[in-house]
Design a binder for this molecule. Structure first.
Ligand code: C2E
Ligand code: MG
Ligand code: MG
Length: 576
């Protein structure tokens, strides 16, 4: 070792004496500086290194003397970097840049290097000086910072910033290749319900699972990002035909049919998807994403669990929707809602059996709006549950008054959205309403739809049982339009099944409708459920329904939904 050291110093001395006028100063600097210094001769053979170099690389001079600096190469630096380095050295005599190098122990490290070619009249006396700094730590910190800046912490997917940048890059490529690219804007339907009812941890878990499912589904076919809350935005590059994107989207929707396992529960989620294409719907990331978002809203509004491609005509709808959303917030505060009541008739004696409360919005400019005009927006904004609570309370109060007036057996039916039904405190809300209004619980019927029941089946059944224990009736609305089969219904403690009006409408036109109604009635009777047929408009429909043994009927034939005063009059007239 001793000999090695002397020898090394010899070499350095030779070097400094040969090339430096201010020999002592430079020698001291060389030995004490923190940056590694490496000097090669004209043939790029290493002839001197300093202590810092040895510290950084692990090599002592004796180990690498007369070897080329290539021994430091890791193979990770791009060839283009070396090409640029040599070009710059030849043209300007110097180069500064980053190289990924390798230490003696094999570890890779990032170095920030300046190489200078010191030219002499005698080419043989020219040499290269490289000054390197180990920037591995800085680099790692920078990588972490950039990861944090460009990724979502929960799902580890790229975030909005990174995604937008990727879209712009891919647009440039698409411009060159002449291919299309597609943006898919994906929003989970009724995600807030999960947060509200199972808590934020469950919501987070669900989002992570959705992110995983998307990643597995698309593999390398798309760039997937978490765009916001429950929104995911995807970029599908190299699209030849729109049809392939439609197909991919359909398969994606199908892949959501499988439930997500969250907090030990099976959750069924659906998505609404909007699609925009480059170049058809925009030439920059901002426009394409905005238009895919507009298409997503349209899809959510009209279909749910489906997809829509953007079209310019959707822009107008989007602005209108936003306005409606704002007005809806005020509507509750300003008490602009009103309840209409629709009669339900007993098939056996043609007397009133009950009334269904149906909400209306007295819009200050647009007049009376039916639920179809605003319930979609009310659901998206979460306002629906306040509307429902208001309807429940007001309708219960009205029903109690009717009981007191002598219509003692009248059943009041109230529609309950999935959002309200899923709230933990739902059963307590109903209890409170009953206490306040003194309504007989056996005269209250809660109408839910299948979607309210299937998201979290176990707690749905639990709630229904509690309600039943209180004497409340449970009715399954719009039966026949969703997924559930009668056999599945057995596990739900129901009292009433409401056959959807589409079947009644199909009566006498399609044999299928007849057969379905017969079947539902027969099976419901087997399970001890009552059956209400909705949408009865004609006498012949009424006759059929009476014939097959439906218990109750509801429809324009008897009465449209009307204001309470009018409904009261109709009922008393019928009682005579
Ligand atoms: P639904 O619960 O199935 O109510 C029956 C709908 O069918 C009502 O529409 C009613 O006006 C209509 N209808 C009744 N008989 C006939 C008929 O003979 N022919 C035709 N063509 N239609 C008939 P409406 O009032 O527009 O309500 C639509 C839906 O909005 C309701 O369907 C219900 O799902 C929902 N909804 C209404 N009020 C509320 C509410 O307070 N809360 C919640 N969550 N949903 C509500
Ligand atoms: Mg209903
Ligand atoms: Mg219905």
């Amino acid at each position: 070792m001793g000999r090695g050291r002397e020898w090394m110093e010899d070499v350095r001395d030779v070097f400094f004496k040969a090339f430096s006028k201010d020999y002592n100063n430079i020698k001291q600097l060389f030995n004490t500086m923190n940056d590694g210094v490496l000097i090669t001769n004209h043939h790029q053979e290493i002839i001197a290194v300093n202590a810092a170099f040895q510290k950084i690389t692990g090599y002592s001079l004796s180990e690498i003397y007369k070897k080329t600096p290539r021994i430091l190469q890791s193979g990770k630096t791009k060839r283009a970097v070396f090409e640029e380095m040599w070009k710059s050295l030849i043209e300007k005599g110097t180069w500064t840049g980053e190289l990924i190098n390798k230490r003696k122990n094999g570890e890779e490290f990032y170095s920030y290097i300046t190489i200078t070619h010191v030219k002499k009249d005698e080419p043989e006396q020219s040499y290269f000086i490289g000054i390197m700094r180990d920037i591995t730590e800085t680099k790692q910190v920078m990588q972490t910072i950039s990861y944090l800046a460009y990724h979502d912490q929960l799902t580890h997917l790229p975030n909005r910033t990174y995604f937008t940048r990727q879209v712009n890059e891919q647009i440039e490529q698409a411009m060159r290749s002449g291919k299309k690219l597609a943006i898919l804007f994906i929003d989970l339907d009724r995600f807030n319900n999960v947060n509200d009812t199972l808590g934020h941890t469950a919501g987070d878990e669900l989002l992570t699972k959705v992110a995983n499912r998307l990643s597995v589904f698309f593999e390398d076919r798309a760039v997937i990002s978490r765009y916001g809350g429950d929104e995911f935005c995807l970029l599908v590059p190299n699209v030849e035909t729109k049809k392939e994107v439609y197909q991919l989207t359909e398969e994606l929707i199908e892949s959501f049919a499988k439930p997500f396992e969250v907090c030990g529960k099976k959750l069924y989620m659906t998505t609404s998807i909007g699609i925009s294409f480059y170049p058809d719907h925009g030439a920059d990331a901002h426009t394409l994403i905005k238009n895919a978002n507009i298409a997503m809203y349209r899809s959510k509004h009209e279909f749910r669990n489906n997809y829509q491609e953007y079209h310019v005509s959707m822009d107008e709808g989007a602005t209108e929707r936003l306005q409606l959303e704002n007005e809806l917030y005020e509507a509750l505060a300003k008490e602009q809602f009103e309840i209409f009541y629709q009669l339900q008739v007993d098939t056996e004696n043609n007397k009133p059996y009950g009334v269904e409360a149906l909400v209306r919005w007295n819009h200050p400019e647009k007049g009376l709006l039916s639920p179809a005009m605003f319930l979609g927006v009310a659901e998206e904004t979460g306002l629906i549950r306040y509307i429902d609570e208001w309807v429940l309370r007001s309708a219960a109060k009205r029903a109690k008054q009717w009981h007191d007036l002598g219509l003692t057996e009248l059943v009041i039916s109230v529609n309950i959205s999935q959002q309200l039904f899923e709230r933990k405190e739902f059963v307590n809300i109903v209890k409170d309403v009953l206490n306040e209004t003194k309504l007989d619980p056996t005269k209250l019927c809660i109408e839910i739809t299948e979607s309210a029941a299937v998201v979290d089946v176990i707690s749905a059944i639990e709630k229904l049982k509690q309600l039943k224990k209180m004497g409340i009736k449970i009715s399954l609305d719009d039966f026949g339009t969703g997924y559930s089969s009668l056999s599945q219904l057995k596990s739900f403690p129901l009292d009433v099944i409401k056959i959807d009006q589409s079947f009644v409408r199909g009566l006498l036109k399609e044999q299928e409708s007849e057969a379905i109604i017969r079947l539902i009635v027969a099976m419901a009777r087997d399970l001890n459920y009552s059956v209400i047929c909705e949408g009865v408009e004609t006498d012949s429909q009424k006759e059929f329904i009476q014939k097959v043994g439906c218990h109750y009927m509801q429809g324009y034939l008897f009465s449209k939904p009307v204001r309470d005063i009018e409904c009261e009059k109709i009922m008393f007239d019928m009682m005579r």
